[in-house]
Design a binder for this molecule. Structure first.
Ligand code: ADP
Ligand code: MG
Length: 292
């Protein structure tokens, strides 16, 4: 049966906003050497907002948002929500969309009237042979400010750039500093571009930043960390994160995230605050000291 101390531990955990789904993981917690965090929705709030709009000559912001919004209303990505919200605020009427497609790790595409519209990162525009070199410096500046720049193109012409910023959760910085103080290393795994990822990593105090990872590549990144650090915890909220949560020695799901992630995790941080991880580690240490 379950040792009494573990049951007591679980009870305290629930009180402190940590839901334990797998008791064994609680024991593993105290052996964790490195914790890998997903970025969007885990370290950040997952609610990006449009901060900058750059249009090419002859294109108005309204036109840019009209095309971008007409496509992104079909996407469930947080980046898409930011654009749709911005469109709604300005009362821009959107158009019908045909042939919508999400392009993994790159962005989205679709047809508005007779035009193909592409929204995404450099990789996407390169693939579609859209020239954006003139704006490279502007894009890099946005990324250095920890913003994600989305490039919008109509057929093979760049229309403009929409940048968003995703605010960092209030307690992320403090939690990561505390973990490092406890001697536990931290990493960030994200699909976002390297410069934005590094800027966010710097803000929260994570030096080990793994960027431009495709959704199904997170598992491999966890495996790689396990080869190097043995015992690895992974924290995430998204459908994409579920396999990585399973692969990790301790899978930690954000309670405000997707059900798929919660089901894959060993523990759930009910309020989604990263500082709950410190409580969980302390609980693990205290509980298993008692049993021995
Ligand atoms: P993440 O969840 O870390 O953002 P994704 O694999 O979902 O990683 O996305 C990787 C990149 O692809 C994004 O940073 C963005 O540049 C681009 N992208 C994905 N979805 C969209 C979208 N709906 N609109 C615009 N760009 C997108
Ligand atoms: Mg996420």
């Amino acid at each position: 049966g379950t040792p009494t101390a573990l049951m007591v531990g679980s009870g305290i955990g629930a009180e402190k906003g940590i839901l334990i789904r797998n008791g064994e993981a609680v024991q593993t917690f105290k052996e964790v050497k490195i914790i890998a965090f997903d970025k969007t929705g885990t370290i950040t709030k997952g609610k990006p907002e449009v901060t900058d709009i750059i249009t090419v000559e002859g294109v108005t912001e309204e036109t840019l948002l009209y095309y971008a919004g007409s496509i992104e209303k079909a996407s469930e990505h947080p980046l898409a929500n930011a654009i749709v919200e911005s469109v709604n605020k300005r009362n821009i009427q959107l158009d019908n969309l045909k042939n919508f497609e999400a392009l993994v790790g790159m962005g989205v595409q679709g047809q508005v009237k007779d035009d193909m519209i592409y929204i995404g990162n450099r990789k996407l525009l390169k693939e579609k042979n859209v020239e954006y070199n003139q704006y490279e410096n502007a894009i890099e500046k946005l990324e250095t400010e920890a913003k994600t720049a989305m490039l919008v193109a109509k057929d093979n012409q760049l229309l403009g750039i929409i940048a968003v910023a995703d605010p960092i959760k209030e307690d992320s910085i403090k939690a990561i500093r505390e973990l490092e103080k406890m001697g536990i290393k931290t990493a960030m795994i994200t699909g976002d571009n390297e410069r934005t990822a590094l800027a966010i990593g710097k803000k929260v105090g994570i030096s080990h930043v793994i960027s431009e990872v495709l959704p199904d590549g997170k598992v491999d990144e966890v495996k790689r960390l396990q080869e190097k650090f043995q015992t690895v915890a992974m924290v995430g909220d998204g459908i994409n994160d579920a396999p990585a949560l399973k692969q990790a020695n301790v899978g930690i799901a954000i309670g405000t995230g997707t059900d798929v992630a919660i089901e894959a995790g060993d523990v759930t941080l009910v309020k989604g605050e990263l500082s709950s991880i410190i409580t969980a580690i302390n609980l693990s240490t205290a509980t298993f000291r008692k049993i021995k």
